[in-house]
Write a protein that binds this ligand. Sequence first.
Ligand code: NAP
Ligand code: GDD
Length: 352
Amino acid sequence: MAKRALITGITGQDGAYLTEFLLGKGYEVHGMLRRASLFNTDRIDHIYHDPHVSGSNLTLHYGDLSDGTALRRVIETVDPDEVYNLGAQSHVKVSFDVPEYTADVVALGTLRLLEALRDHVAHGGGAVRYYQASSSEMFGAAPPPQSERTPFHPRSPYAVSKVAAHWYAVNYREAYGLFICNGILFNHESPRRGETFVTRKVTRAVGRIKEGLQDKLFLGNLDAKRDWGFAGDYVEAMWAMLQQEKPDDYVIATGEAHSVREMVEMSFAEAGLDWTKHVQLDPRYLRPTEVDFLQGDPTKARERLGWSPRMSFAELISTMVAHDLDLAQQERTLKQAGFKTSARGAAASDKS
Ligand code: NAP
Ligand code: GDD
């Protein structure tokens, strides 16, 4: 019998990589999809098969982390062996604009899902294993290197909500004996990264500047340091946590940090561009409280899970820039052929 996994946030960056990974392992994958006025399944369209046409191992269910009834229904319908809670309003800067919504989805959403799971298990739903997407952002102002023993000091409504979700998960493990793991993941990126996160915002701009489609890139704080890895490597750690004998919490990171300035310089250089000619500060992208320095200590994950990142920072930047150069070339070709094009999501990325 194939194992059944349920993923919230399946349409996001990590959801797409995790789905590919689990399908490759022979899982039957179920994902929770939010209703949107435009299609929001771009990242998983290539692995989705119309169930009318062929036997598919990927099924989508409408639901939302703000809707406890829907969460219960999806859990009861799918009857999963593993649940991966990846759904979130995941943008730190945006969480200052929509703090209440962020808390509702990230903190209360997790509580709703855990409550549904608790009742499902209590009523004979079997030994479900649950993964909670915790975040290095929870460490906030705590100095690096950060490990599982570092106290949290969150610096944004998003981070405060993730801390609450993290502790709900720990409490449900202790109180009800549920198999629950928190993965405290440091920043992980890819060509599928949302275009308002800094790495992708930069690599998209590099491509468009190279192709003459734009000239300037406006950014905020270039001094912040992050421990950036590749999302495809990180979803394997999520799965590995749920295969252990006992549930536990793990930091997932590369152990190496770079400043935003360094990342910008490397991305522009990859395309033969001088970043100082194109990048300008826009104070709108500064955050009321910043997280200055994140650098993880992934020793526990390496020793207990046998997990280590495979892709280096330089390879990650090079892969993302190559992808976004291709994208910009397509955009330029369309423009030259007379099609009206605009930077995708320009209005939204202008705000973050
Ligand atoms: P992402 O690309 O922003 O994806 C977020 C997913 O959550 C999307 O599928 C989104 O749906 C869904 N979602 C948003 N609001 C929802 C709601 N109200 N109900 C149900 N689903 C909702 O994020 P990611 O980078 O894949 O990250 C996955 C998880 O890991 C998130 O919880 C994030 O906070 C956490 N995390 C990420 C990182 C990182 O560096 N990437 C590091 C640590 C932790 P739509 O597609 O419809 O918007
Ligand atoms: N987004 C963005 N846009 N960030 C900028 C910009 C800009 O124009 N200019 C500078 N930065 C800086 C931010 O101030 C921050 O210090 C750093 O770049 C990284 O920002 P993001 O890429 O938005 O990521 P994040 O670190 O705030 O949050 C991401 O990682 C967390 C894990 O640590 C998100 O994926 C979170 O969901 C995740 O939990």
